[in-house]
Write a protein that binds this ligand. Structure first.
Ligand code: 9MG
Length: 279
């Protein structure tokens, strides 16, 4: 595996786990539907996440929650383009969370450094939309689609099936001429998986992802945290930080989180335990 990730304008060292801050630009993440207000709020929130220590930002204009309805490409672009443009010079790489090739192309033209595709670059034209750029690519495993994915998901061997999907997907990207140092793999916690599947994947993370590519984990505030803590999404901070740390201990390279400051603190303490601190 490479010791860095080629990420558009940035070459990110993978020596320590990186923290990716979540920037939602969806109506359900703001009380006011006004698109300008929404963009301004998202930009202000993103700047705060950078101050708190985010190494990357992930900007999304379409909800991926279970049961969420798809949004047309032009609406997704109307939401995210002003945010990308305002954050282009914020000092950290900008990832865009989208499954749509037209959105990928426009986001890259506007300055995005990474495409995070929960659909695993399976839409017709998705691979071509990113192949000739130098952006990083996050290829995620999902069973089904957000609208229906939690309808009784079943696997014979969840770790082996996720591993094969991810690594075959990476081979597909490589055959399209994409360099290995641009690819990141993500088991897709909560995307067509029960809580038991999610915890098996987290426990066996190295087997689920394999050794060839770095990993990205999205565990923050997910239902798998609620399943063991009994807490609603608004009170899953402690569980989310514990899950992020469990991922880091198993070698995760990028942690996609809502709560950047707390995750950065936890990783710093863990690193001090493992590597000591200068006197
Ligand atoms: C957009 N999004 C929501 N959850 C996610 C996860 O777990 N991984 C990635 N890559 N993206 C996610």
């Amino acid at each position: 595996m490479h010791d860095h990730l080629q990420c558009g304008r940035f070459r990110l060292s993978l020596e320590r786990p990186l923290v990716m801050g979540i920037v939602n630009v969806t109506p359900d993440s703001f009380s006011d539907g006004n698109v300008h207000f929404r963009a301004d709020q998202a930009v202000a929130h993103a700047r705060l996440l950078v101050e708190e220590g985010a190494d990357l930002l992930d900007i999304g204009g379409e909800s991926t929650r279970p049961g969420a309805q798809a949004v047309p490409a032009d609406e997704e672009l109307r939401r995210i383009l002003p945010v990308i443009e305002a954050l282009r010079d914020c000092g950290v790489p900008l990832s865009v969370d989208t499954c749509k090739p037209d959105v990928m192309r426009a986001a890259l033209a506007a300055g995005a450094d990474m495409i995070n595709d929960i659909g695993g670059f399976s839409a017709p034209g998705a691979v071509q939309a990113v192949a000739d750029a130098d952006c990083a690519l996050c290829l995620m495993h999902m069973r089904g689609e957000p609208r229906t994915m939690q309808d009784a998901p079943a696997y014979q061997d969840v770790v082996a099936e996720v591993h094969d999907y991810l690594n075959q997907g990476a081979q597909r990207l490589r055959r399209a001429g994409i360099d290995a140092d641009r690819i990141v793999l993500d088991p897709g916690f909560g995307f067509g998986k029960t809580a038991a599947h999610n915890y098996t994947l987290l426990r066996d993370l190295p087997q689920a992802v394999g050794r060839e590519y770095p990993s990205l984990l999205g565990l923050s505030r997910k239902s798998m945290i609620g399943a063991v803590t009994g807490r609603p999404a608004s009170r899953r901070l402690g569980g989310s930080v514990a899950a992020a740390l469990a991922g880091a201990i198993r070698g995760a390279h990028i942690l996609r989180v809502h709560d950047v400051a707390d995750t950065v603190d936890a990783l710093r303490v863990w690193s001090a335990v493992e590597q000591g601190v200068r006197a």
